[in-house]
Ligand binder design. Structure first.
Ligand code: NAD
Length: 314
């Protein structure tokens, strides 16, 4: 049989993992393995998805298990394991629980899927990418955080709603940290149909869009009672697709910076080329003075969180 890409989702009994699986099966991205420390939810998600097949026209079978060794030979491992935030909570507050979970799973990834490209989704995102990089020892190309795709989707959505235009024609990205405080929506380069957003929206309206973007996750957590999963799953799946189909997409992802943007030893969202080798290139873009300042604050915030995360590394 021709080998299909193997995609292991760890934490797949939960909302985001199940959403990644749902989008991935619709796009027929490969063989899916759903892993969760709780075998019941993993099996339940797999069965639920399998029962979508008759109407959605796919014929996928899923392996659902609590055994980490099921990720053996995976081309891509997606890590969505960990607690989500509750209304009123910040992502940063999750570090004391999630750092240990991410560390333990990364030990399994190192042992069972040493050639995999690892996509981290668990929060606080950038610090968890740092933990994943340290524990796996993988090259930076193969340890990639998913957050910029979600934050950029929110930014594009709010811009489209404010300007009353099709979201498909909005080109805008969010860099920096995946926190309410320190994400950096790039207004200076945001365009709608190749026309700068300032031609569509007043400065006040743009500020409102930026604020809505930054608190986008908190808004949804307040409305739903837990953190969102459909858009996070869709964005993460886009990253998986870019890798398994070697698309060379340019997407904002969290990676280790080694001098790019004038920053070393930090993990933040930047424009990345995603293909079969993972994060194949990082592109620097020109930032306005205020964006530069915000990016600097994101670096400081990331350093602080990494210092806390270091306590969980062994
Ligand atoms: N980066 C992003 O854009 C983004 C967006 C949304 C949510 N998140 C984060 O993703 C994570 C998951 O969110 P969710 O809403 O799916 O939560 P959830 O509670 O619905 O699911 C988490 C799952 O992880 C499992 N789990 C816990 N420890 C595990 C372990 N050691 N091994 C395997 N599985 C384990 C749980 O059993 C649960 O099924 C949270 O940390 C959340 O903050 C990130």
């Amino acid at each position: 049989m021709i080998k299909r890409p193997k995609i292991a989702i760890v934490g797949a009994g939960g909302n985001v993992g199940a959403a990644v699986a749902q989008w991935a099966v619709l796009k027929e991205l490969g063989e899916l393995v759903l892993i969760d420390v709780k075998p019941g939810p993993a099996e339940g998600r797999a069965l639920d998805l399998t029962q979508c097949g008759p109407w959605q026209g796919f014929n996928n079978k899923f392996l659902a298990t609590d055994k980490p060794e099921a990720m053996a030979g995976a081309d891509v491992v997606v890590m969505t394991a960990g607690v989500p935030r509750k209304p009123g909570q910040s992502r940063e507050e999750l570090i004391n629980i999630n750092a240990g979970i991410v560390r333990d799973i990364c030990k399994n990834v190192r042992e069972h899927a040493p050639e995999a490209i690892l996509i981290v989704v668990s929060n606080p995102l950038d610090a968890m990418v740092f933990v994943a990089k340290q524990v796996t020892g993988f090259p930076r190309e193969r340890v990639i955080g998913s957050a910029g795709v979600l934050d950029s989707a929110r930014f594009r959505t709010y811009l489209a709603l404010a300007a009353n235009v099709s979201v498909e024609d909005v080109q805008a990205i969010v860099l920096g940290a995946h926190t309410d405080k320190d994400m950096v929506p790039l207004v200076s380069s945001a365009m709608i149909g190749n026309v700068p957003v300032s031609k569509f929206l007043s400065a006040e309206k743009i500020t409102e869009v930026v604020e809505n973007t930054k608190k986008g996750g908190a808004t949804l957590t307040g409305l739903i009672g837990t953190s969102a999963w459909l858009a996070p799953g869709a964005g993460t799946c886009l990253m998986v697709e870019a890798i398994v189909r070697d698309q060379g997409r340019i997407l904002p992802c969290s990676v280790e910076l080694r001098g790019e943007f004038g920053v070393k030893d930090a993990f933040l969202g930047v424009p990345v080329k995603l293909g079969a080798k993972g994060a194949e290139a990082i592109f620097e873009v020109e930032l306005s003075a205020s964006e530069q300042e915000a990016f600097g604050k994101a670096v400081a915030a990331n350093t602080e969180l990494m210092n806390i995360a270091r306590g969980f590394l062994t």
